[in-house]
Structures are given as C-alpha cells and as structure tokens.
Design a protein around this ligand. Structure first.
Ligand SMILES: Nc1nc2c(c(=O)[nH]1)N[C@H]1C(S)=C(S)[C@@H](COP(=O)(O)O)O[C@H]1N2
Ligand SMILES: [Mo]
Length: 389
C-alpha cells in the first residue's frame, strides 16, 4: 500500500443543489426544494441537506414514478383493494372496510428507491441519476399487510406476490401496468409492511399514491406500489413489468463494466445496502475563520438490517471518528446521528461518512459491483466545507 495508485478514488460528482432542477425547469409545486431529475416520468430527489428532520416532511419526500400520474381520484370512498390468487378467501375491500376491520398502525418507515446512489457508478449506469437522495423516512398510517392476508388465508401454494396500481404507462396506456413488482411471501408477511392511506398524519397526496399504497420498507421502494388496487398472491415468481430480466438485479459474480450480461449471474436486489448521509452541514457550507469544532448530524440505514456504527473522516479515510448513533424508533426506521468534529486549522475540508451494519458490512469508498442499471450504489457520503476565506 501507499503508492498513489492504490489510494481509492472518490467520485467528485456533486449533489444537485437544492431547488435547482437539472432540466432548468422550476421546482415541483408542494415539494419545497427537491431536485427534479426526470420529467416524464416525473422523478425528484431530496438533497441530503434536506433530509435533516427526524421525520421526513412530505414536502421533502422524494418522488419516483415509472408511468404517468393517474387522473384525480374523484370518489376515493369507492376505491377497492382486491387480494386474490392463492388464498382461500378472495377479498375486495373498500377503504372504509380496511379502516374498520383491521387495527391501524402508525410507524416511521424508510423507503428507498432501488436506484438510489446510481450516479456514483463509473462508468455511468443507465437510468435516473440519483445521488443519495432517493430515500426518506416519513410516518405512515395504515393496516398491516399480514393482518389482511390472515383474513384472506394464504394457501400452502402461496410463494410470491404481484402488486398492482392504476397509473398509466408513460405512453398513456392503461392496459398494461406501468410497473408491477412483488416479493417472496416471507417478506410480504413482515410485520412492518403497511397498506397505508396516510403520510405524516395526512391523507396521501396523489403523487405518493392516493388513496392507498403499499409501504414495504427495507427492499427497493419499487415494491411499495402506489394507487394500490390489487395484491395477487401467486404460486410462482411474479412476472409483471419491473421483474426479471435486468430489473432490480445485481451480479452475483462481479462483472467488468460493458461485458455482456449473463442472466444466470444476476440475482434480485432484496434488502437494500447500508448507507449514511450527512444532513448538516450542507455541502459547500462556510464557517467563520478560527472555527475549530463543527457539529454534524445525519442519518443511516441498512435495508432490513440495523446500523451499528457511523464514522466520519476529514482526511480522506486515514483516520475516523465515531458518531453518536440513535437506535431506530421502530423496526425499519432510519437511525439519526450527531457528532462534534475538531478541525486543525482554517481551510478546505472534505468530510466522509461511513456506516456499518450489524453484519459488519461497511459502505465502500466508491460504488462497487457495477451493473448496467446501477443498483446498489452505496458509497460513503462526502461533503466539502470551508473554514475562513
Ligand atoms: N403504481 C406505482 N407504484 C410505484 C411506482 C410506480 O411507478 N407506479 N414507482 C415505485 C418506485 S420505483 C419507487 S422508488 C417508489 C417511490 O415512491 P414515492 O414516489 O412515494 O417516493 O414508488 C414505487 N411505487
Ligand atoms: Mo424506485
């Protein structure tokens, strides 16, 4: 070690500045200063410095559509959700029946797009270029998926789910779903999963799936179907749009960027990888000359797992300092952290944050296990600050 060539490179790609849409268009109404990173379909991410609240306000929660927004839902009381397939009792439930027949649950649950961190892959991976802002942790209210499935009584043949919403595809068609993903039954039955009608105590806005959506934290948020109309219980792996092929799949045996893809070497991205963000100070913050201690804070999460430590470095990873890390408030909540870092002088500093999960897996310096669609990119978060002029 020690030669210049062996020093890991950290991509210098900068987060999109708050409020500055990549396209040059103005910010999304009701969405504060989110950065619009795709317009058709509509996609907006939250700059890390706006993920500074313990509970992510709805105005700061990222948006990811794969099709168009459904038209305004005029009679939500007429909305129904069907549970069918490998069940003894097919159910079609109205919103009122869901609320009346099952116990309501409120929990802070992190959703994270499967492509979060994609922009850190080199060479560039195909798809929406997320930094670390395709994630957020609002409070959701709904009923447990497991409770509703208990009422439908799963057959022994139930192995997988297929989730359906009613959003048109980007070309405007409604015959095929814009996206329909699913999970193995064991994950579907996880107690954290909700059929939700409220975010942060308010009815879901149309953008986030009004009147009903799935919230399946820990795994790619593409599973958390918005405008939810049907959960099809299947006796085999689901084959809706967004499943199979190269969708949400990562290499088992690492591949050289650009090499042909062997489908047999891809496996579904399930639990999302460990990640941390620095939410204060914001990237490019300036401090008065003579400042020798700076307070920092942020968040960390690790799919279905928990984070056991977060460390910060101001010298490119040569030395690290541990932060104070809070436990999750409930399962699948993120973990907030705080730290006070000493600085040796005025000048320009780059600060790295690195989380480690309970299995001992740590965020890498740069996005690893390159894949054509850039799933699972979870390099350390890096910000730069300046003390003095
Ligand atoms: N019906 C439907 N549900 C959907 C999607 C979609 O395109 N259509 N996008 C999924 C993806 S890829 C993500 S990351 C999350 C984003 O949820 P949000 O827009 O509420 O942040 O919704 C998921 N649910
Ligand atoms: Mo996503």
């Amino acid at each position: 070690m020690g030669g210049r060539d062996t020093v890991p490179t950290v991509r210098t790609k900068r987060a999109v500045r708050p409020g500055k849409a990549v396209s040059g268009k103005k910010a999304l109404p009701g969405k504060g200063r989110l950065a619009v990173i795709g317009e058709r379909p509509l996609v907006a991410e939250t700059p890390e410095s706006l993920l500074d609240d313990d509970t992510t306000p709805t105005s700061r929660f990222f948006v990811r559509n794969n099709g168009l927004l459904p038209e305004r839902i005029r009679q939500p009381e007429r909305w129904t959700l069907t549970i069918d397939g490998e069940v003894d009792e097919s159910l079609t439930l109205s919103l009122a029946e869901l609320k009346k027949n099952f116990a309501p649950v409120t929990a802070r649950l992190l959703l994270e797009c499967g492509g979060n961190g994609r922009s850190f892959f080199s060479p560039r991976a195909k798809g929406v270029q997320w930094t670390h802002g395709g994630a957020g942790c609002p409070e959701w209210t709904g009923v447990r998926v497991a409770d509703v499935l208990a009422a439908a009584r799963l057959k022994r043949s139930a192995v997988f789910s297929g989730h359906y919403g009613c959003d048109p595809t980007v070309s405007g068609g409604t015959r095929k779903p814009a996206m329909s993903r699913g999970v193995p039954i064991a994950k579907l039955l996880d107690d954290s999963n909700l059929i939700a009608w409220a975010i942060n105590g308010e009815p879901l806005p149309l953008l986030h799936g009004f009147p009903l959506r799935l919230v399946v934290p820990g795994w790619p948020a593409s599973i958390s179907t918005k405008w939810l109309t049907r959960i099809w219980i299947r006796n085999r792996y689901h084959d809706g749009p967004g499943m199979g092929g190269e969708n949400y799949r990562v290499p088992v045996k690492p591949i050289r960027p650009g090499d042909p893809i062997d489908p047999g070497n891809l496996t579904d991205l399930e639990s999302m990888p460990v990640r941390s963000i620095i939410s204060r100070p914001a990237d490019l913050a300036r401090f008065a000359a003579g400042t020798r201690v700076i307070d920092l804070r942020g968040a960390a999460w690790a799919g279905d797992d928990t984070v056991t430590r977060v460390d910060l470095s101001i010298d490119g990873g040569a030395t690290w300092q541990a932060v104070d890390l809070s436990p999750p408030r409930n399962r699948h909540d993120w973990q907030r952290w705080t730290a006070s870092l000493p600085f040796p002088s005025d000048g320009y500093f780059e600060i790295l944050s690195r989380a480690t999960d309970s299995r001992g897996v740590m965020q890498p310096f740069h996005a690893t296990n390159w894949n054509p669609h850039g799933y699972g990119g979870n390099p350390m978060h890096r910000i730069s600050i300046r003390i003095g002029k």
